[in-house]
Design a protein around this ligand. Sequence first.
Ligand SMILES: CC(C)=CCC/C(C)=C/COP(=O)(O)O
Length: 296
Amino acid sequence: MPSPRRNVEGRPLGAAASSSSSPGSPAHGGGGSSCSSRFEFQSLLSSRAPGADATCPRLRASESPVHRRGSFPVAGAGPSQASPPQLPEEDRMDLNPSFLGIALRCLLAIDLWLSKKLGVCAGESSSWGSMRPLMKLLEISGHGIPWLLGTLYCLSRSNSWAGREVLMNLLFALLLDLLLVALLKGLVRRRRPAHNQMDMFVTLSVDKYSFPSGHATRAALVSRFILNHLVLAIPLRVLVVLWAFILGLSRVMLGRHNVTDVAFGFFLGYLQYSIVDYCWLSPQNAPVLFVLWNQQ
Ligand SMILES: CC(C)=CCC/C(C)=C/COP(=O)(O)O
């Protein structure tokens, strides 16, 4: 009597096997819990082929290896005769976790864990709650409004062309920063950490989102700008860098952001300065701006 055809796991194939292949049956991978845990594992770790079904896709009869381009030894091959099973390419892909996916999930898990640990000033009752007023003062020092108003005020008082040129570019940098951060926040829509209290001074509607940190972008942008365009003694230069770093850290300590929001914010702010430097506005390439301002 011919032995029944078997699948890669040595289980019988055909009508009898498929009729018993309800979710949870052995034909689905040795029991419901094994099947569902495998599915959860796969959905966690792998990006599956488009169109794949959400129910133990690799073991469905219509997709079983015997139905694919001769990828599996078939007729009369009992378990004893079968050569070691060769999984078709697609199935191997299915079992193969995406390492980028795993790396990202690990990074996110570490990010959330670390951000929660560092959020020591998130509330008055937090372990460093008494430092909260100081952190909020730092928050104001990196807020968009004082920087915009301060730049406009200095621009109105400046009576040298060189000063006006630098301030005009600082204004351009601050506006570019606001625009890019708002765009990214609106696109990514990452919620602020659960332990954050939304008690910030003047916010835009996108500021309910946390990625990237607007304070971190501004801190990196402004400090790079100052270091490149103001002649400062070394201690003051160190102070500028320290301010940017502490401002970024304070965002996580206040519970406003996760660490990755701030890290990416620093990176973006650094990049924004390069854009501003590249598009540097001067009376030569943007005469209209300078003439208009002079007429004010
Ligand atoms: C209203 C204006 C002109 C700027 C808003 C500045 C602001 C509140 C940014 C949010 O910063 P985080 O993303 O670091 O929380």
